[in-house]
Design a protein around this ligand. Structure first.
Ligand code: IPE
Ligand code: IPE
Ligand code: MG
Length: 245
């Protein structure tokens, strides 16, 4: 039983929630533990939030797990994070299959080790017909990097005469983003008190509702998640239009 003092409208949930899972390191520090321990507990939080998203029938969840810029962290931490990721993905493979969850990775795969690339490709392939929940993991992802990749691909096509520059519109552009088959996030949650995007989904969040909480990711839980969803339901999304009474 949740102790929440508000009631969610289950007919008005966001269709796509994106989360910047931040604060693992500070959580570990607060508890006198090595940073990698924060990432381990953070991975467990991610599992719980995936389960809750599934229960709520929200069809898209995108988790920012590792940014392009995170490669600049100490080698030990970077290696530890990827090792953890490999272990969790192997462990949760049957869970994804059993529940009907589709995995999709966005980001620059060429930065990942061959082993991991292969594992990800296998899990994406074996879950590709699942549709109950689309779980999107952002790995070695950078929003500017993604936009530049799209620009380069489009420029190449134009150069080869395959695309008329006059016909480059939002729809064409979106087809060149990692998120080509994913709708824009309705709600973006960032934990740990930081209030910035840190290069996450720059193009896609133009009209996304933002929710910031001081809670560190390892401490984020079902109740905090419901609070964020409730806050979303209080917002009036206008998309530049005039609100109709
Ligand atoms: C988020 O937690 C996880 C990753 C970026 C991989 P951090 O590791 O950024 O934790 P803080 O921000 O240092 O507390
Ligand atoms: C963003 O968090 C990346 C992830 C959560 C994976 P960071 O901790 O890397 O962002 P900054 O450095 O505080 O902006
Ligand atoms: Mg951080």
């Amino acid at each position: 039983m949740s102790s929440c003092s508000f009631s969610l409208d289950f007919s008005k949930l966001p269709q796509h929630v994106a989360i910047i899972m931040d604060g693992n390191g500070r959580w570990a520090k607060k508890h006198g533990l090595p940073r990698i321990y924060g990432h381990k507990v953070g991975a467990e939080t991610a599992k719980k939030i995936i389960e809750k998203t599934y229960e709520l029938n929200i069809p898209y969840l995108t988790l920012f797990a590792f940014s392009k810029e995170n490669w600049g962290r100490p080698k030990e931490e970077v290696e530890g994070i990827w090792e953890l990721f490999r272990i969790y993905l192997q462990k949760e493979r049957p869970f994804l299959l059993e529940k009907g969850i589709r995995l999709k990775v966005i980001g620059d795969r060429k930065d990942l080790s061959e082993d991991l690339r292969n594992l990800i490709a296998e899990v994406e392939e074996e879950t590709k017909h699942n549709s109950r929940l689309n779980l999107c993991l952002a790995l070695s992802y950078g929003g500017r990097d993604e936009i530049l990749k799209a620009v380069k691909e489009i420029a190449q096509k134009a150069k080869q005469g395959l695309l008329d520059p006059e016909k480059i519109d939002e729809e064409v552009f979106r087809k060149h983003l990692y998120t080509q088959d994913i709708p824009d996030p309705d709600l973006l949650i960032r934990t740990s008190g930081e209030e910035r995007l840190s290069n996450f989904l720059l193009f896609q969040t133009a009209y996304t509702e933002l929710y910031f909480t001081p809670v560190y990711w390892p401490e984020f839980n079902e109740e905090e998640y419901l609070k964020a969803l409730y806050s979303y339901q209080q917002r009036e999304r206008r998309f530049g239009k005039v609100y109709e009474f």
